[in-house]
Design a protein. Structure first.
Length: 295
C-alpha cells in the first residue's frame, strides 16, 4: 500500500480510531471538539453496537460507534460514505433505539430521558434539506416553528459534510478544525502536520500508521479498503452514466425542440397563405390545437 496512514473513511479505519476501548481518548477528544465546550466528556463507555427491535422479526440497527458518557448521555457516531435516498429517515430511526432502551420496567418510571446525540460524518455533500446551509457542520433539534426556539433539547442530530471542509493546515484554528483536517486528509499524509501537536494526535498517528499493523490487522484493513474502493468506484460509475444519459437526453430534447420550431414556421407560412388547417396538419404533423395556437 502506498499510504502511510489508514483511511478513516473505511470501516476498519474508523472503528480502530474511534470504536476501540484502547483508543477511546480519541473519541473523547473529537466529541469535546465538535461540541465547542458545550460538552465536557470525561469518559465514555462503549455499548453494544448491534441493536435489536422489539419483535423477533423487527429490523435491527448496527452502529459504527455507540457509547455513553459519564452523565449517561448516548452518542451514535456513524461514518457514511454513500448517500441514501432515505438517509434522514435512517438517522431518525437509529435514534429511537437509545430512546427506547431507557424505558424502565414497572410503574415507577416517570419517562425521564437522558439526551441522545446522533452524529453522521458524511463523505458526501448532504443537499437534502441543507441546500441553503453554508457551513459543513449542521445541528438539528426539535423546534417551535413560529418562535424558532428549541422545543426539546435532548434529541440532537449532527451532520458533518467532510468534503465541504476546505481549510489548509495553516488555517487550522480550533481543535474541531484539526480533527476535521485529520478526517479528510489522514490517508494522504506522509508525516504528522506541524499544526497537530496536541498529545491526542500523537496517539492518533501512532495508531494510524499501517506499518505497525500485524498480519491480521493488515489483512482486515486491506479488505476494508477494497470494500471502500468498490463503493467509491460504484458511485463514480453511476455518476458517469447519469451524466452521459443526461447529455444524450439533452441532445434528444434539443433536436425535438428544433424540429417543433421548424414545423411551427411551416405551419405559420401555410396559414398566411390561407391553406386549410386539415392540410396544414398533414403537412406539418402538428395537431389542430397546436396550429390554432400559432394563429
Amino acid at each position: 500500500m502506498a499510504e502511510k496512514y489508514i483511511n478513516p473513511h473505511t470501516d476498519f479505519g474508523f472503528k480502530r480510531l474511534f470504536g476501540s476501548e484502547f483508543n477511546k481518548e480519541l473519541l473523547i477528544s473529537f466529541l469535546n471538539a465538535m461540541f465547542h465546550g458545550e460538552q465536557n466528556v470525561q469518559d465514555v463507555t462503549y455499548l453494544n453496537s448491534e441493536q435489536l427491535g422489539d419483535r423477533v422479526d423487527a429490523r435491527r440497527a448496527i452502529f459504527d460507534v455507540y457509547c455513553e458518557n459519564d452523565k449517561g448521555e448516548k452518542f451514535i457516531v456513524e461514518m457514511q460514505n454513500v448517500y441514501q435516498e432515505f438517509f434522514k429517515d435512517r438517522t431518525i430511526y437509529y435514534s429511537t433505539f437509545p430512546i427506547r432502551e431507557q424505558a424502565q420496567r414497572g410503574g415507577d418510571w416517570d419517562f425521564h430521558l437522558n439526551p441522545v446525540y446522533t452524529i453522521g460524518l458524511l463523505n458526501f455533500n448532504f443537499a437534502d434539506g441543507l441546500e441553503n446551509a453554508k457551513r459543513w457542520h449542521h445541528e438539528v433539534k426539535l423546534m417551535e416553528v413560529d418562535t424558532h426556539e428549541v422545543f426539546y433539547d435532548k434529541l440532537t442530530y449532527i451532520y458533518v459534510e467532510i468534503p465541504k471542509f476546505d481549510k489548509k493546515e495553516s488555517e487550522l484554528e480550533s481543535m474541531y478544525d484539526k480533527w476535521m483536517y485529520v478526517l479528510k486528509n489522514l490517508s494522504n499524509l506522509m508525516q504528522r502536520p506541524a499544526a497537530l501537536q496536541e498529545r491526542v494526535f500523537t496517539r492518533l498517528f501512532e495508531q494510524a500508521e499501517i506499518s505497525k499493523f500485524d498480519k491480521q490487522e493488515l489483512k482486515l484493513y486491506e479488505d476494508s479498503v477494497n470494500a471502500y474502493r468498490d463503493i467509491v468506484n460504484a458511485i463514480r460509475t453511476a455518476e458517469k452514466k447519469k451524466y452521459a444519459e443526461g447529455r444524450a437526453e439533452g441532445r434528444a430534447e434539443g433536436r425535438a425542440e428544433g424540429e417543433k420550431k421548424a414545423k411551427g414556421k411551416i405551419a405559420a407560412n401555410l396559414l398566411a397563405l390561407g391553406v386549410p388547417i386539415e392540410t396544414i396538419m398533414q403537412a406539418s404533423g402538428l395537431s389542430e390545437e397546436e396550429i390554432k395556437n400559432i394563429q
